[in-house]
Design a protein around this ligand. Structure first.
Ligand SMILES: Cc1ncc(COP(=O)(O)O)c(C=O)c1O
Length: 367
């Protein structure tokens, strides 16, 4: 057998949340609630879906590779020029493009210990040296991350708010990070959960000001969370046009389908839908945090659409017991957190199903 590149032998594949269909098949269950991948429990905006269906007639044609209409709409939305925007097959593709574009083997990448795991995985695939910086109170310690950055550092990844810890960094902290890292290091701010955090006083305001002021900053956003379009795979990065030009050169020629482009264009216009989703999430997050707390979990503050909780029993065992009841949550062993779980906030009915399943299994899970 032909051996893959050396760097790939070290890489552990990303473990996506278990799917509803696989749990239905495995346990013969009809009804399954998935609270494992931080999707929007309300699904997408009906307006976005109408645009998706309308684009059906173009499915025989290749889409325009640069997603020009969506790019222009995002440029207007964020008050930047269209050339500053690169659209990806999910923000996951932007993470990949950044690593492929900027990392030579042995270059350094700074991440935080319990930061979003895809940063570390993708950087490792390029043979880069990944420096993991400890967190403080489950929050990125940005001064420590800045200290870890050296002239060999090419990328500094910060998910803000962070997955899986649900914590966020303030505008001042981010500004200080940008001031402290060498200008040869690119700071990547992954704002996948932006819409859930933007109302918090002090939360980072990146677009357009910060992005315009720093040519070593990339801001990433996604349509997968608050817009409820995870299945269509659209995310984007905002950065200096020279930088997005490098990413554009190496992306797949037709990376986002036309129906997906059209749906996102419409989703962007449906502000009231996003607002409704945030209100449901805010209200339900309080209920989930309180109920899990009463059941013996240690629930952290969250600026997102999920909660991060210390579990009274091993997370993996709890996950297995809940799946049998038709409720999927996320255990966090891959983050080195054996006694924590991450639970996406569902609708009131979905959360009730979680509480019911927990009541049934919690006392029986081996400690
Ligand atoms: C912090 C963070 N960044 C990026 C992603 C990837 O999102 P997508 O590729 O769906 O845009 C996720 C998904 O869970 C995430 O939590």
């Amino acid at each position: 057998m032909i051996a893959p590149r050396r760097a790939l032998r070290e890489v552990f594949p990303y473990q996506p949340g278990k799917s509803i269909a696989s749990v239905q098949r495995e346990f013969g269950l009809k009804s399954v609630v998935k609270l494992a991948s931080n999707e929007n429990p309300l699904g997408p905006s009906p307006r976005a879906m109408a645009a998706y269906r309308k684009a059906e007639k173009f499915c025989g044609l290749y889409p325009e590779g640069t997603s020009p209409e969506l790019r222009a709409a995002l440029a207007a939305f964020h008050q930047v020029e269209p050339e500053s925007i690169i659209i990806g097959n999910g923000s996951d593709e932007i993470i990949r493009l950044l690593c492929e574009a900027f990392l030579d083997p042995e270059d350094e990448v700074v991440v935080s210990q319990h930061g979003f795991i895809r940063f570390k995985q993708q950087a490792s695939m390029m043979g880069a040296r990944v420096i993991e910086v400890p967190m403080t109170d489950w929050t990125h310690d940005l001064p420590l991350m800045a200290k870890a950055a050296s002239p060999r550092t090419k990328l500094v990844f910060v998910a803000n708010p962070n997955n899986p810890t649900g914590t966020y960094n303030t505008h001042d902290e981010v500004e200080q990070l940008l001031a402290a890292v060498p200008k040869t290091a690119l700071v990547v701010l992954d704002e996948a959960y932006f819409q859930y955090a933007e109302g918090i006083p002090g939360y980072t305001r990146t677009l357009p000001g910060l992005a315009r002021a720093h040519d070593n900053l990339v801001v990433m956003r996604t349509f997968s969370k608050a817009y409820g379009l995870a299945g269509l795979r659209v995310g984007y990065g905002v950065a200096d046009p020279e930088l997005t030009g490098w990413l554009d050169r190496i992306r797949m020629p037709f990376n986002v389908s036309l129906p997906a482009q059209r749906a996102c264009l419409e989703a962007l216009k449906d502000g009231p839908f996003v607002k409704r989703g945030i209100a449901v999430n805010d209200a339900q997050r309080v209920v989930v945090a309180r109920t899990l707390g009463e059941m013996g979990f240690g629930v952290g503050e969250s600026a997102t659409n999920f909660v991060f909780a210390r579990s009274p029993v091993p997370g993996r065992e709890l996950f297995k017991a809940l799946v049998r009841q038709g409720v999927i949550v996320r255990s966090l062993d891959e983050y080195g957190l054996t006694h924590h779980i991450r639970v996406s906030i569902g609708t009131a009915a979905q959360n009730k199903a979680l509480f019911g399943a927990l009541k049934k299994v919690l006392a029986k899970v081996p400690a």
